[in-house]
Ligand binder design. Structure first.
Ligand SMILES: [Zn+2]
Length: 108
């Protein structure tokens, strides 16, 4: 990958939770925007907590897609209730935009 191509890319989203990152990536790609994830495999296979600076990041390949991807992410968060919900099964805190628990996959 050359320097020119890299300069065209922008990060649109990052969070420590790999499950959420994958959800957001799927949402963006469903709109025909090409993305890739940096630091996707930063968490060890043993499930150790990853370093703060190794959060998975979603990047768009093309700078011109950035605004649309950013809007998608914002609309995703605003179209649902704005409060986190607590999983009945494992008591984990969940982002309002997700209908299943990121931790145990139980339904809201
Ligand atoms: Zn749960």
């Amino acid at each position: 990958m050359g320097r020119y191509e890299y300069s065209m890319m922008k990060m649109v989203y990052t969070t420590e939770n790999h499950f959420i990152v994958n959800n957001v990536k799927n949402l963006i790609e469903a709109q025909g925007i090409s993305t890739f994830i940096k630091n996707e495999f930063s968490q060890s296979a043993a499930g150790e907590i990853s370093a703060f600076d190794a959060w998975p990041e979603i990047w768009v390949f093309d700078d011109s897609d950035f605004q649309r991807a950013d809007d998608l992410i914002k609309s995703m968060y605003s179209s649902n209730s704005s409060v986190d919900w607590i999983c009945n099964n494992c008591a984990e805190n969940n982002d309002p935009s997700f209908e299943i628990c990121w931790n145990c996959y139980s339904e809201n």
